[in-house]
Design a protein around this ligand. Structure first.
Ligand code: VGL
Ligand code: ZN
Length: 207
């Protein structure tokens, strides 16, 4: 594909807690940073997201008696995976990776702030109803295509890409600019679901 002025580079959750040494470390997570930095220099529009939880967030296993990280619970909006405490507002773990180039971004979407609802997607919380406002912002900017990168491939990148399709954006995921948590085959399921919904899976060398 050729990068155009109507393309958005969406950089999802490249935060310390998802990098090696972090609270919810994704294997090799920090290796996406140079790939994303190179892309940031080539896009006119860049938006970053930041997972940004209060400490009483309901996605934290620690807030549920007798539950452990990576288990699941039933929430009013459906099943929810439980996580170690991560990306707590204002913490070092919630900061962007120190090498990520953040200056060219016009907007930082913070998500997961409501203690009662998790938010994987940059567009909608996990109830699939509460909007972050991103779709409206992008439509106002005449964005036609959303190019997704970041962490984690099988959760926040995957949910963001699926919502981008639902919001009528042409949608690309740059596979070498992402890394997966990969629990119970979640990376393969995400790939299959995205391919089925029309997301283009490309490598950065194809951009
Ligand atoms: C994420 C799990 C919990 C992500 C965020 O960024 O993929 N995953 N919170
Ligand atoms: Zn989170």
């Amino acid at each position: 594909m050729t990068i155009q002025d109507t393309d958005l580079l969406l950089v999802i959750d490249v935060q310390n807690d998802f990098c090696p040494g972090g609270a919810l470390a994704v294997e090799d997570g920090d290796s996406v940073v140079p790939v994303i930095n190179e892309l940031i220099g080539r896009f006119k529009h860049v938006v970053l997201t930041q997972d940004w939880h209060p400490s009483d967030h309901s996605s934290f296993a620690s807030n549920h008696e007798g539950q452990s990280p990576f288990g699941t619970i039933d929430m009013p909006y459906g099943q929810q995976t439980l996580w170690p405490d991560h990306c707590i507002q204002g913490s070092t773990g919630a900061e962007f990776h120190r090498d990520l180039i953040t200056d060219p971004s016009s907007l930082i979407i913070r998500k997961g702030m409501n203690p009662a609802i998790d938010s994987y997607s940059a567009f909608f919380e996990n109830d699939q109803t509460t909007s972050t406002g991103l779709a409206g912002y992008l439509k106002d900017k005449n964005i036609k295509r959303v190019v997704c990168t970041g962490l984690a491939y099988d959760f926040c990148v995957y949910f963001s890409a699926q919502d981008a399709v639902k919001q009528q954006f042409e949608t690309v995921v740059v596979t070498d600019a992402c890394r997966a948590i990969d629990m119970d085959g979640s990376a393969q399921s995400a790939t299959d679901a995205m391919a089925a919904s029309g997301v283009s899976l490309l490598t950065s060398s194809q951009l």
